[in-house]
Design a protein around this ligand. Structure first.
Ligand code: ADE
Length: 227
């Protein structure tokens, strides 16, 4: 998979993409991530990427030209499955969205700033708009990093134990059950006996009942007919 990210703050991706799963995906050549500075495509004298809002309201809007030129360049080099704009008024990012996107080959993620981007970019280029939650971030970069992480960890071979992505919370419509590691007794805080029993069937049943219990307590809306 290839992800191209369009941003005016390329440095914001140094941290999230140089560690852990995303780093591993790139090192294993299972993913390519290319960060593009939108400002590099600005053709005006001061390399501005924003301008005043038409209609008189306060704030600045990201201009069409630098973004359009950057997307045009990329689209002339390969075909993209989706051009995604990160925005609080997009569809809410859920596991099913990441699952679907993890099957794609080439994605563009466009990060907005200021009051937003010129609507004509959204109308003429963007194929999908995604929000990572009902709150407003200062820009789309953190959302793009979250989206990339949630997609890349699903690519087979990225996680060392492939089944571990399948047993994540949300993959089977349930939150994950609690997990424990050694020691079995820490100052009197004990790991549940069933997990030490070696009985696979009982352990599976315990995990399932705990997942249902946790989901009922924390996210009852997820539970359709599982109760
Ligand atoms: N940009 C600003 N806030 C955002 C959010 N909640 N999700 C995605 N992109 C954003």
């Amino acid at each position: 998979m290839r992800i191209d990210i369009l941003t005016i703050f390329p440095g914001m991706f140094d941290g999230p993409f140089n560690h852990s799963i995303v780093k591993r995906a790139v090192e294993k050549q299972l993913a390519e991530i290319h960060i593009h500075n939108i400002r590099d495509f600005a053709t005006n004298k001061h390399r501005n990427v924003d301008d005043y809002v038409y209609g008189g309201s306060a704030g600045m809007v990201m201009m069409i030209q630098p973004i359009a030129d950057c997307i045009d360049r990329l689209c002339s080099e390969r075909k993209y499955d989706e051009i995604i704009f990160l925005t609080p008024d997009g569809i809410l990012l859920e596991q099913s969205v990441s699952n679907r996107l993890s099957l794609k080959q080439n994605l563009i993620l466009l990060c907005g700033h200021y009051k937003g981007i010129d609507e004509r970019i959204r109308e003429n280029y963007v194929t999908m708009e995604i929000s990572i939650g009902d709150y407003v971030l200062s820009g789309g970069e953190l959302a793009a990093a979250v989206l990339s992480d949630s997609i890349l960890r699903l690519i087979p071979g990225v996680l060392s134990d492939e089944t571990s992505a399948l047993s994540d919370s949300f993959q089977d419509g349930l939150l994950s059950p609690p997990v424990y590691t050694r020691p079995a007794d820490y100052n009197g805080w004990k790991v549940p006996d069933v997990l030490l029993s070696g009985n696979d069937k009982e352990i599976r049943e315990w995990n399932y009942s705990k997942a249902v219990e946790r989901t009922r307590n924390r996210r009852p809306g997820m539970l359709g007919d599982k109760t």
